[in-house]
Design a protein around this ligand. Structure first.
Ligand code: URA
Length: 277
């Protein structure tokens, strides 16, 4: 389309997006059906991991105390972006890593990153944790969740009776957002197809989204995590549950009990007895 004709359309789309009416670019990829009609009485807060001032303000509301839907109520499948309705034949983590390449410049996050943080753990894991994006320590060590929040995640995994190498850990974006800000829409749109491929290649039984960014990305919703935290979704054949991000727990330790309940739901599905005391 000629720029003179596309400019008003783009402006209108941006305006609609600001009003929360979009995103229209995903019109063939509707958000999870169960999230289409917001349930009344739920605060729309979205606790996540990043600690920049504006991101912090967006997430500072307390966790909700409302009763959650029964975990046994598995909901209909997520319809994924059309590009990924079909899986890549014979895909593997090695192939995805090599497709990303050692020097990816597909989005602006490449400018400040030191390392691409692809993911770590068992390529056949039954349980995958998905975070937001690497922080400072992760960027240096090229491994997800190795900083303070990562240490808490490791404790959570061990409380479930597992070790880090038993699970797979990755992020929505593979490069560190500067100042630990939230990943931006274009960065998520560029990088999340690799996350979808990672999940397809691993074929876990359970995906645990840590925080709003990964939950919103995989469930294709803009709704705050409080609306569906602790509930089960069917994601491309896996069970998906979103819980609060460990970085949020570092700032709000009172929410740990909610997260422990979520982890216990996952343990029940995976038949894990928990940590031996
Ligand atoms: N927070 C994340 O979301 N991911 C990491 O890898 C580290 C911190």
């Amino acid at each position: 389309m000629e720029p003179s004709r596309s400019a008003p359309l783009e402006a209108w789309l941006r305006y609609a997006d600001d009003l929360g009416l979009g995103p229209f670019r995903l019109d063939r990829a509707p958000q999870h059906p169960s999230l289409l009609s917001p349930r009344a009485g739920r605060p729309a807060e979205a606790p996540s991991s990043s600690s920049s001032a504006s991101a912090e303000a967006a997430r500072s509301a307390p966790p909700p105390s409302g009763v959650r839907a029964a975990a046994s109520a598995l909901l209909p499948s997520v319809q994924s972006p059309s590009l990924f309705e079909e899986r890549v034949d014979n895909d593997s983590l090695e192939r995805i890593r090599s497709d990303i390449g050692p020097n990816c410049t597909r989005c602006k996050l490449h400018r400040a990153r030191k390392n691409i943080v692809f993911g770590v753990g068992d390529p056949k894991a039954e349980l995958v944790f998905v975070g937001e994006g690497p922080g400072h320590e992760e960027d240096i060590q090229a491994e997800p969740f190795v900083g303070r929040a990562g240490k808490l995640l490791t404790q959570m995994i061990e409380a479930m009776g597992l070790r880090r190498p038993d699970v797979y850990i990755c992020n929505v974006v593979k490069c560190r957002p500067p100042e630990n800000r939230l990943p931006e829409k274009d960065e998520i749109a560029t990088c999340s197809p690799y996350l979808v491929r990672q999940l397809d290649a691993i074929k876990p039984k359970v995906i645990c989204c840590l925080g709003a960014c990964s939950a919103q990305t995989l469930l294709n919703t803009t709704q705050g995590i409080s609306r569906y935290r602790g509930e089960w979704f069917d994601y491309r054949g896996a069970r998906l549950l979103a819980t609060y991000h460990p970085a949020y727990l570092l700032r709000n330790p009172a929410a740990k009990s909610e997260v422990w309940k979520d982890l216990q739901k996952i343990m029940a599905v995976l038949g894990l007895p928990g940590k031996r005391r």
